[in-house]
Design a protein around this ligand. Sequence first.
Ligand code: ADP
Ligand code: MG
Length: 719
Amino acid sequence: MPAATPALAKTTVPAAAPAARGQGAASVAQKALQKLGLRRDIDLALHLPLRYEDETRITPLANARDGQTVQIEATVTASEIQLRPRRQLLVQVEDDTGSCELRFFSFYPSHQKTLAVGARLRIRGEVKGGFWGRQMLHPAFRVAGGELPAALTPVYPTTAGLPQPYLRRAVVSALTRVDLSDTLPPGAEPPVARMYSLNGLQRRFSLREALTFLHHPTPDVALSTLEDHSHPAWQRLKAEELLAQQLSQQQSRRERDMLRAPVLRPRRSADGALPLHEQLLAVLPFDLTAAQRRVGEEIAADLARQVPMHRLLQGDVGSGKTVVSALAACLAMDAGWQCALMAPTEILAEQHFAKMIGWLEPLLAQRGRKVAWLVGGQKKKDRTAMLAMVASGEAALVVGTHAVIQEQVQFKNLALAIIDEQHRFGVAQRLALRQKLAAHGMEPHMLMMSATPIPRTLAMSYYADLDVSVIDELPPGRTPIVTKLIADSRKDEVIARIGAQVEAGRQVYWVCPLIEESEALDLSNATATHADLSEALPGCMVGLLHSRMPTAEKKAVMALFTSGQMGVLVSTTVIEVGVDVPNASLMVIEHAERFGLSQLHQLRGRVGRGAAASACVLLYATNDSGRVGETAKERLRAMAETNDGFEIARRDLEIRGPGEFLGARQSGDALLRFADLATDTHLLEWARELAPQMLDRYPELAAKHVARWLGGKSDYLKA
Ligand code: ADP
Ligand code: MG
């Protein structure tokens, strides 16, 4: 048995702990447990320590080094309250090897009593100073004696009203009750290092052994392997967690396969006219790239099935996802069904609308159908008219924002929902879309698009229930964007360069970090930048776009920029997604160090959309000594080194974790608490392979495993 006996010995009560622990404190603690989500015994069992304290040994004072946290046993030789410079309790203690001064700035009469001269105490704290005067500030203490625990003492993540000793007891008692019987099928061992067990046989940790060990490890453990979660007990937990996630995702995919969706196949109309998608291809001013054709076929194959498609279309910024989605829409509309196209912002939706109108309106008109437009701030009259078109089916395509999924929006027959920048949409919204064809006893197909390339491990885990298509090729004729890192002390040179671009008939974006935070964090204010640039560039129209502006104003500004009248657009990150102005050739990003890499890549993707050589300038703030933090610069350097969104996403995953990519999918609940997708790929692969076999052959074990690990959370994974 590799695991130690739990440290049931009384833990050291910190000096500041409340003396009375009556009913009141207990119910406060109960509430705090709930708040931490620690409801079931298994939740407590899986609530793992942040770190450990070693109370298994007593250190002689002579051996305690400056800065070391130690436990000592010593006798009080003096105790007095000093009033200057501040009221404080000073206590001298001594063991056989040396002495130490304890200092308390807050203390109660009961503490003084325990710390009376002659008392023998067990004391734990950080030692300052050395031989000539050791000191501990606010150490924990209690009367000496009692057995030393055999295991390290866990320190748990906690919250106000939930003292460590209470939480420790709650975990110990949960561990005695909880069912931790193995849910892995026979023979399914995770790829985790073996440990020696007592009888000399090599074996791996079971779940119970792993948890017992991690709550109360033996003092001989290498603490670093607990900290970086590389210890085999941690590995076991991570493997189990990933398996739960895979089971849940693959299960929801199987459930979806039982559902029905409209079968959408291209067909020639009765009068022999070409199918809609072929007509669209004929009017496009360009040929599709090979990658666009390939993913188009993948989508068409899905739509021809009677099972709802849930496909994620990934492609770097500017790879041409929009036209692929329009072609998919054609397949739906041609068969007499409706299609919805949603974007996270009104500006982006409007741009899609304009594009779709340009491409499709004439073709749809021949069929007596239209494109409808639905956004939040619409005039009542317009909205009513649009809703009527959607309900009657006259609108073959509905373009808009979140407004498209509101309850009042009744589709006649929605067959395909396309979501652009899908990570900006929440679970609830995707679920709402799936309800829109309920009257027909079916679900619509879903095509989700993302310009933030999702690293492979993320796609394999969080998106395991989706099919993924990747456009891995940019349309021809694009010149690569040159990216430069420039210290913001050289802003003037950058402004001069802007002047030259504008002179040459090009357009420029200047991005500032969010305006809301600007005052507090001393970020440059978009408004001030706008004023500066206007002054520095006489004769050039400089516009301002920020998130607090009324929509009408935003639109007016965008229209001026799109039409080319406006030379420079100063903006907060509202332009982050999707904006397409091919004549823009320079992107300046101020305080680039405050953005994530993927976000920078998105922003950079706003230029380089035409044939002109384009550049992206990352301005970074320098501190007084003229340097930006080394990690920040290292990070930014990645931007200059590569234009490959996947490579950037991979680095971002390493640096910032999955939050950046997942957006609303988790709604605050990090579903992977233990596993780290940047390092645990082999465990993920194991789980991915095992999950389908388990669902087929051991459905009860699979259900038990998911319930144990995910409880009520698995629904989040299903949208
Ligand atoms: P994204 O994938 O970032 O949404 P868009 O769909 O906005 O990219 O496409 C970027 C630009 O490239 C648009 O102006 C679009 O019309 C154009 N485009 C798309 N496909 C091609 C192609 N095969 N050849 C040339 N230009 C294309
Ligand atoms: Mg786009």
